[in-house]
Design a protein around this ligand. Sequence first.
Ligand SMILES: *[C@@H]1O[C@H](CO)[C@@H](O)[C@H](O)[C@H]1NC(C)=O
Ligand SMILES: *[C@@H]1O[C@H](CO)[C@@H](O)[C@H](O)[C@H]1NC(C)=O
Ligand SMILES: *[C@@H]1O[C@H](CO)[C@@H](O)[C@H](O)[C@H]1NC(C)=O
Length: 414
Amino acid sequence: MQPMASPAGLVALAICFLVLVVGPDGAYGSSRGSFGQNNGAAAAPVVNGICATSVTIHGYKCEEHEVITEDGYILNMQRIPEGRVSSGGNKKQPILIQHGVLVDGMTWLLNSPQQNLPMILADNGFDVWIANTRGTRFCRQHVSLDPVHPEFWDWSWDELVSYDLPAVFGFVFNHTGQKIHYIGHSLGTLIGLASFSEGHQADKLKSAAFLSPIAYLSHMKTALGVLAARAFVGEITTIFGIAEFNPKGPEASAFLKALCDYPGVDCYDLVSAVTGKNCCLNASTVDLFLQNEPQSTSTKNMVHLAQTVRDGVIKKYDYGRPDYNLMRYGEPMPPAYNISNIARDLPIFISYGGQDALSDVQDVQLLLDHLKFHDVNKLSIQYIKDYAHADFIMGINAKDVVYNQVVQFFKNQQ
Ligand SMILES: *[C@@H]1O[C@H](CO)[C@@H](O)[C@H](O)[C@H]1NC(C)=O
Ligand SMILES: *[C@@H]1O[C@H](CO)[C@@H](O)[C@H](O)[C@H]1NC(C)=O
Ligand SMILES: *[C@@H]1O[C@H](CO)[C@@H](O)[C@H](O)[C@H]1NC(C)=O
């Protein structure tokens, strides 16, 4: 395999993930425009929360909640407690929905109520909780830190595993007194898999659905590899520092532009090659997406993802020096997450797409290989030939293709 100069490559990847939804019509310019024009927009608080802008307008009840992580981040959650037509008094099962990197929970809600996953679940009698990770627009508060300071951004997806997930699981469990069905997309699958492999949430978890799973990342497709190989390994820290990674900020825009201006790099091709060609997106939904996303994460999180690509294994953040790792972990190398340790009787549903260049089919096979001793009747796998990464959250036909299966899977666990 071609070695990837990973941090820069992953930044390119992430940015391209955002560009990807523009789709095959070559509307690259419009997304670039949005990167350039909204400097700082990710930091600007929006007056109305996700409930008001995206849920109650469709006639659903929606509650805004605040959850504090053990390391002090104040996370925002939405709850859709029931469907539009309340289906009576029996106790509803809670479902926790976790989005991917550089977006927030609103991405689940951009399609119509008949098409989007949270509302379909609510209409099917579930109690739906939408998580938002630290750093995204409604999760920029902390008990003592401020997002203008680098310390606020000193975390990677390890902390999403160690702090964000336990906080939201604990919160939902306390509110409902019931075990929780988990749904993750993209990075939301990786942190779920990592967490469950360490036995966290075992007492609170009923089953898990992983859409477009990201665990192993070493087969991500070639255009990125070519691009990344040309980029400098240290580039990301020189440009961004250990701080906020704001994809709408001037540095990220300049970085993307530099990559796109690289001789021989065609950003139109890059988008398809890196992210896969989404079959089934609605142009209006894509516009809405670009009004709301992308959103910030930490540079350290991007570097950690890049390490996952580079190393072909799922490990904790590598400080790059044995002495630093020793200080942090008590070992010179970062400890690995062992996916095979996930409880073999945990009901799991995995859905992956044949066109998904981020969750590459070969990498999904590697993941499935690590689950080969899982109880056969507890593992459901769905392969969708035409689907790429964003179809799983915004596909106009996702209800028929994926969500009905997810609903059935959860209903089978009752
Ligand atoms: C859940 O309730 C327990 C017991 O009251 C409490 O110790 C814990 O902090 C609560 N967790 C959350 C996340 O609210
Ligand atoms: C696309 O989105 C628009 C605006 O929400 C909606 O009116 C239209 O019905 C959608 N098209 C499809 C095919 O879902
Ligand atoms: C991972 O976990 C599996 C199942 O518990 C075990 O058989 C295997 O040896 C572990 N792998 C490593 C590298 O520790």
